[in-house]
Design a protein around this ligand. Structure first.
Ligand code: F0G
Length: 456
């Protein structure tokens, strides 16, 4: 394959911080072996998340100077609104400070006890915002999406027969909304096909259920459709994105992902009455409808970022850099979720450290060793994040023990990626010597953020 290079050159640089093995050993102990508790200055390559960590372009920085900070009716809002209308076609464009703020608004309006929401896979904050209203959230991911090593082009697809069965069981009148998460973050950044979105839209229409997109990574999803779905290879990313938004009647987005900004989000709707209610709530929680929870300059950067997110050279480089990482690791037998997704590489920690049982947190052992050896920060998505206890306080493990290495947009070069690959391989060669961890403190909710751990 011809080499795909970074489609940018660097105008402003930011130093990264080197530490020694001995220093990292101390830092890990001081932070109770939880990488959320270490200072980012002590990290060399930070792959904790792709959210809000991207690099803005010179055009985005220039547009920041054009930000108009008027409280009402700012031209920066109208610029953002016009870009959004062009891409999505949605009638009402409501800015929010990030994705979960948009979720809070829409699910507060539509949620409540006795309501069910359905998705390919809900992201944690989305599920949280639904459950907070007393409603319930259900995922219907296709079977192939649940098996890490199965190669399939669209492992983010929704399982339509199961979804329809559920709709008939619970009654469509109790299901206000179906959300397609593109790409499917919790399932490995896997894309959803246009075909699957079309069929879901038809099903939702049949039962009078609103069809929504969680569009955080819509451009990466569109690029996968272009590369993998028959009849889309000659369409532009914009055309594919437009086609996919037109299937839905609304959506939410964390602009901290594909829109290439460090803060921002939106809620978009076609329904006039729903939009009115959402704006009323926005005024209570975020701000006036022409700025949401943002500054005018943020709206400018977001408008420009949305345009840049659909650049094909950029998207191909981005998907390729993650695929490249996957190829190098697979070649030496390291188990990962395959094929690689759009924003992150997921290592199957259960298979990687098969001698460490789930309740000794193999994902934590892996992320901590990567930090110790290479100063690299990833995140465990396994028993620490999602584990529960049964009535006798025995741990219940989630189906998978994963480690996510999320790649910030336009931040690291191929040499950084090569360094990460080298360190993962080093950890793999030494895997038999790794030990598990036990929890010595945990909070009742979202324990992974603040847990204190101890090596076994
Ligand atoms: N939906 C998806 C699919 C997400 O991945 C996220 C955030 C959100 C909604 C919430 O958006 O953070 O702006 O409020 N994902 C981040 C991550 C945090 O690391 O994957 P937010």
């Amino acid at each position: 394959m011809a080499i795909i290079i970074e489609p940018f050159r660097i105008k402003s640089v930011e130093p990264i911080h080197f530490t020694t093995f001995e220093q990292r050993k101390q830092i890990l102990a001081d932070s109770f072996y939880n990488l959320f508790l270490i200072k980012s200055d002590d990290v060399l390559i930070d792959l904790l998340t792709d959210s809000g960590t991207g690099a803005m372009s010179s055009k985005q920085w220039a547009s920041i100077m054009l930000g108009d900070e008027s409280y009402a009716g700012s031209p920066s809002y109208y610029k953002f609104e016009s870009v959004m209308k062009k891409i999505t076609g949605f009638k009402h464009i409501i800015p929010t400070h990030q994705g979960r703020a948009a979720e809070k608004i829409i699910y507060s309006i539509l949620g409540g006890k006795g309501k069910y929401f359905v998705s390919n896979t809900f992201f944690d904050t989305t599920r949280g915002n639904i459950e907070y209203t007393g409603a319930e959230a259900y995922d219907f991911l296709t079977e192939e999406g649940k098996i890490p090593h199965v190669e399939a082009p669209f492992k983010g697809n929704i399982d339509l027969p199961s979804l329809e069965k559920f709709i008939l069981e619970k009654g469509p009148e109790n299901i206000p909304l179906c959300v397609m998460t593109i790409t499917n973050n919790s399932g490995g950044g896997q894309p959803v096909s246009m075909q699957n979105m079309k069929e879901t839209a038809v099903l939702c229409k049949k039962y009078g259920i609103l069809f929504f997109l969680d569009a955080c990574r819509f451009a990466e999803n569109a690029c996968f459709i272009k590369m993998r779905e028959p009849s889309y290879e000659s369409k532009s990313i914009l055309e594919i994105a437009q086609e996919c938004f037109q299937l839905a009647v609304g959506g939410t987005m964390s602009a901290k992902k594909d829109a290439l900004v460090n803060i921002g989000g939106w809620l978009a709707l076609n329904d006039n009455e729903l939009a009115q209610q959402a704006r009323n709530m926005l005024i209570m929680t975020e701000g006036f409808p022409t700025y949401g929870g943002l500054a005018g300059r943020d709206l400018e950067a977001m408008a420009q970022g949305l345009i840049e997110s659909m650049d094909e050279d950029y998207l191909k480089y981005r998907l390729r850099s993650i695929e490249y990482m996957g190829e190098k690791l697979t070649a030496v037998g390291i188990p990962i979720i395959r094929p690689t997704g759009g924003h992150a590489l997921y290592i199957d920690a259960k298979a990687f450290l098969s001698h460490i049982p789930s309740h000794h947190l193999p994902g934590v052992a892996l992320v901590n060793e990567l930090y110790l050896l290479g100063g690299i920060r990833g995140v465990e998505i396994g028993s620490l994040m999602f584990g529960k206890y049964d009535d006798n306080k025995a741990p219940i493990a989630p189906p998978m023990e994963l480690v996510r290495l999320a790649i910030p947009r336009r931040v690291y070069t191929q040499t950084h990626i090569d360094y990460v690959i080298e360190k993962i391989i080093e950890v793999y060669e030494n895997r038999r010597n790794l030990r598990g961890y036990e929890i010595i403190y945990e909070s009742p909710l979202l324990r992974h953020f603040t847990a204190r751990l101890k090596p076994i």
